[in-house]
Design a binder for this molecule. Structure first.
Ligand code: ZN
Length: 441
């Protein structure tokens, strides 16, 4: 209880401080050249567990401040339910069917991006930016080609608990840059991913009776998904929320350092997630099993020169939009045939946003199309589809008959040709690691 009280007080004190730190950002372009960019991908972060997305707990004072000083997109649509295809969409501006990275579900084979596929990092490097990456998951490893385009590249295979060290590394890297050097800093933080074991005081901050971490036995992974006793739900969610709050605190340190170094006035910060997390909404825990909102509704927050302050955009947007938005901001030509759009241009409220890719559960892959308030989820093996009204049925509990327009779009999406032949994982040294972890068969 002592920890709870002291941390609540800490939040109360920190919140206005962070607001003050970040609110001085302008709502117009600085007019002094191109901005530098910080892109943060938080693993397994569902949007609706952030305070600024309406969550009942104060889990994210730093991100709330960032959103208040910038623009928050309320309808962020992740392009997949697990890391590899989703992060590939962020880095390429292409949907999973088009970039090709992910699992061929019927066979269990995993494919990575073709190493000739242009990435956000290669574009930034090509435009003369100093580029640095600090990643925490093997899916973003050099074996998968995600080192390409980075002058400095550090990636840990399993960076659970390393948000603090990762932010330290990023801060050291920022401090090493020349004063007027344009930079692109990409950070991936793994901590909200299971196991849920945040450091004190976050291990007890949100759990019902101040319980700590549950260890490795909090659930059992079956071929259908991860199962745990429903009685553990509140405890698991409390620990998950603690991981988010711990990660948010580390991001607060990064934002403070940008200001201390005088970089905040010429740096655009963008924060997003690769996918969310299930908590029994549809029977299981974890992610990678479905395309329901708990796994595909991702946060998207942006702040800095050229970004409107205090805005909330309700138009549907996706991870594919991140690459063209950053390139446009930096006055770098956006490649043709990119599927995303510039988030800072007039919003297109009539978009059809695709998602696909699971790695457990069903024997066949799933694909979905989200358009305005409606969403259709389609099974590639059975051809079964369900439509949901996300306004009247945000929990996706009452499937409607297939919507013929959405069905047409999802079939069109599924038939999209892959831009460059993806690489079969069998040839890579990470295969034994992935097999041990149960990712591949
Ligand atoms: Zn992930």
């Amino acid at each position: 209880m002592k920890h709870c009280l002291s941390t609540h007080i800490y939040f109360i004190l920190l919140f206005p401080l962070l607001l003050g730190m970040l609110s001085c950002r302008t709502d117009g372009a600085s007019g002094e050249g191109r901005p530098s960019i910080v892109l943060v991908i938080i693993d397994t972060l569902r949007a609706d567990h952030l305070s600024c997305y309406g969550y009942r707990r104060i889990t994210s004072p730093s991100l709330d401040s960032l959103a208040g000083a910038g623009t928050r997109w309320s309808m962020g649509c992740g392009q997949s339910s697990w890391t590899l295809p989703a992060c590939s969409s962020i880095m390429t501006g292409l949907s999973p069917r088009v970039h090709g990275a992910g699992m061929d579900v019927p066979t269990g084979r995993v494919f990575g991006l073709n190493h000739a596929m242009p990435l956000l990092s290669t574009h930034m490097k090509g435009a003369g930016y100093r580029t640095g990456a600090f990643f925490n998951v093997f899916w973003l490893g050099a074996d998968f080609g995600f080192h390409r385009g980075f002058d400095t590249y550090e990636c840990v295979d399993n960076g659970d608990g390393l948000a603090g060290e990762t932010i330290d590394s990023a801060i050291n890297w920022l401090s090493s840059l020349g004063r007027d050097e344009d930079f692109f800093l990409a950070i991936h933080l793994f901590d909200p991913h299971d196991p849920y074991d945040p450091p004190a005081p976050y291990d007890t901050l949100f759990t019902p009776h101040g319980e700590g971490a549950m260890g490795d036995s909090c659930w059992e992974v079956t071929p259908e998904g991860a199962i745990a006793r429903p009685s553990q739900l509140a405890h698991l969610q409390g620990l998950y929320d603690g991981e988010i709050a711990w990660t948010d605190e580390q991001l607060g340190r990064l934002f403070a350092e940008l200001r201390r170094l005088g970089l905040d006035q010429r740096t655009v910060v963008m924060v997003t997630a690769d996918h969310g997390e299930e908590f029994l909404e549809h029977g299981y825990f974890g992610h990678g099993r479905t395309l329901f909102q708990e796994t595909t509704h991702i946060p998207l927050i942006m702040s800095g020169p050229g970004v409107t302050a205090g805005a909330v955009e309700d138009a549907p947007v996706g991870q594919v939009d991140i690459l063209p938005t950053i390139l446009d901001l930096c006055d770098i030509a956006v490649p043709e045939n990119i599927e995303g759009v510039d988030l800072l241009a007039d919003p297109d409220t009539a978009r059809f946003l695709p998602a696909s890719g699971i790695n457990t559960g069903d024997a066949f892959d799933l694909a979905s199309i989200t358009a305005r308030r409606m969403k259709l989820i389609w099974n590639a093996g059975t051809d079964h589809s369900s439509t949901y009204d996300l306004v009247h049925d945000p929990g996706e509990m009452d499937p409607l008959p297939a919507d013929s327009v959405l069905l047409g779009y999802v079939l069109f999406y599924w038939a999209s040709p892959c831009r460059l032949e993806p690489i079969l994982l069998e040839d890579w040294k990470v295969v034994p690691v992935l097999r041990d972890l149960g990712y591949i068969r």
